[in-house]
Design a protein around this ligand. Structure first.
Ligand SMILES: NC(=O)c1ccc[n+]([C@@H]2O[C@H](COP(=O)([O-])OP(=O)(O)OC[C@H]3O[C@@H](n4cnc5c(N)ncnc54)[C@H](O)[C@@H]3O)[C@@H](O)[C@H]2O)c1
Ligand SMILES: O=P(O)(O)OC[C@H](O)CO
Length: 396
């Protein structure tokens, strides 16, 4: 039989799910069957059900809540309800965003037109939203996480498990601090990460994609996260390399800014491919220089090369950087972000600054010309055209 284009992904999905220890969504089983506890004996205490809270409700945060809610409703080990913490704001209509989400079952500002699932409950009170949850999904722009963690100190039990979907890092006096580490250090809880080639608006309409869960030691917990996120159109693979996965997700945003400059200057596909290749090489070198445990194979997972490709083709960092270059660097990223993204936040510009701080502090600037050049263009020290003039000087 001929293989039709539409068959390709389903074949791929089947082969992936059969080789993985965790099957994606079992579509033919009804929710009622899934939620049936009738088979357990009367003297056995029913296992404690997991309660999930999503901390964040932006573009990706809302899609994450939708994915999770589609699974908690069918999996017996989870409470149906998924709480979603909302950084409250008032819409132009005068309505509170939280009320609009709960009334319309839709994040009208950050993910309009997509139903989240009736079991998603928006809550503007951060502490209330996390109370009682034993699985926390952190998904906010990275610059807000330090403040969020501070508000949660002392409010979370040590047996709570967390996962971070946040692409970014903090730079402290002691050096770089990944967001998963920030969560672990501030809240005293374990934290896995989920990263991948995941443009939120595409996953919102259930287009096939993949993601990577990075974990430290607890494979069982990683499998629980995989189960919580996996659907027939969202294939999640666990990898024992939390730093590698998180650094891929973080650093690709800097390369995306470079790709946007190339697009803004109409330099063409070959140049963009060259920038992506140099960027990938710097991502790998930087990750390994920071953490010798980072595995080469991680760069071939969805969180690595696949995310780099999607972000350099269709991400928000790329888009705003393109506009920046088209304007000859005369309009600031802040101004363009506010105008073009309507409240959504870029991660690449601040990450480039954070990476630059690490590079200068450690004396590594000469090894990372692309990363350094992106930051210098963002702050106006160099023109956008410097992206090729300077980045090509990467030492071998
Ligand atoms: N959007 C995507 O396609 C996508 C995909 C994968 C990963 N990510 C990553 O997920 C993370 C979250 O991205 P997103 O797309 O959900 O967010 P977003 O870009 O839509 O950002 C807007 C969110 O930030 C919140 N916010 C604004 N000011 C705040 C404040 N002071 N304190 C706390 N929150 C505030 C807003 O309420 C809103 O929920 C980022 O690290 C991003 O890189 C995004
Ligand atoms: O839109 P961006 O540039 O924030 O990228 C979105 C995702 O990280 C792509 O996986």
């Amino acid at each position: 039989l001929p293989i039709y284009p539409s068959s390709i992904l389903s074949l791929f999905t089947r082969s992936l799910s059969s080789s993985s220890s965790m099957a994606p969504q079992e579509a033919e089983t009804t929710v009622a069957q899934k939620k049936n506890y009738g088979s357990s004996s009367i003297d056995e205490a029913p296992p404690r059900k997991n309660r999930v809270t999503v901390v964040g409700s932006g573009n990706w945060g809302s899609v994450a809540a939708k994915l999770i809610a589609s699974n908690t409703i069918r999996l017996p080990s989870f409470h149906d309800e998924v709480r979603m913490w909302v950084f409250e704001e008032t819409l132009p209509s005068g309505e509170k965003l939280t009320d609009a989400i709960n009334t319309k079952n839709e994040n009208v500002k950050y993910l309009p037109g997509i139903k989240l699932g009736r079991n998603v409950v928006a809550d503007p009170d951060l502490v209330n939203a996390v109370t009682g949850a034993n699985m926390l999904v952190f998904v906010t722009p990275h610059q807000f996480m330090e403040g969020i963690c501070k508000r949660l100190v002392g409010k979370i039990n040590g047996d709570v498990e967390a996962i971070s979907l946040i692409k970014g890092m903090e730079v402290k006096m002691e050096g770089p601090c990944m967001i998963s580490t920030l969560i672990t250090e501030q809240l005293g809880i374990n934290c896995c990460v989920l990263m991948g080639a995941n443009i939120a608006n595409e996953i919102a309409v259930e287009k096939f994609s993949e993601a990577t869960v990075g974990y430290r030691e607890n494979k069982e917990m990683a499998e629980k996260w995989v189960q919580l996120f996996s659907t027939s159109y969202f294939i999640v693979t666990p990898v024992q390399d939390v730093e590698g996965v998180e650094l891929c997700g973080t650093l690709k945003n800097v390369v995306a800014i470079a790709a946007g400059f190339v697009d803004g200057l109409d330099m063409g596909n070959n140049t963009k491919a060259a920038i992506m290749r140099i960027g990938l090489r710097e991502m790998k070198a930087f990750s390994k220089m920071l953490f010798s445990s980072v595995k080469d194979s991680t760069f071939f997972e969805s969180c690595g090369v696949a995310d780099l490709i999607t972000t350099c083709l269709g991400g928000r960092n790329r888009k705003v950087a393109e506009a920046f270059a088209k304007n000859g660097g005369k309009r600031s990223f802040d101004e363009l972000e506010a105008e073009m993204l309507q409240g959504q936040k870029l991660q690449g510009v601040s990450t480039a600054k954070e990476v630059y701080e690490v590079l200068s502090h450690r004396g590594w600037l000469q090894f990372f010309p692309l990363f350094a050049t992106v930051h210098e263009i963002c702050i106006g020290t160099l023109p956008p055209s410097a992206i090729v003039e300077h980045s090509e000087r990467t030492p071998k």
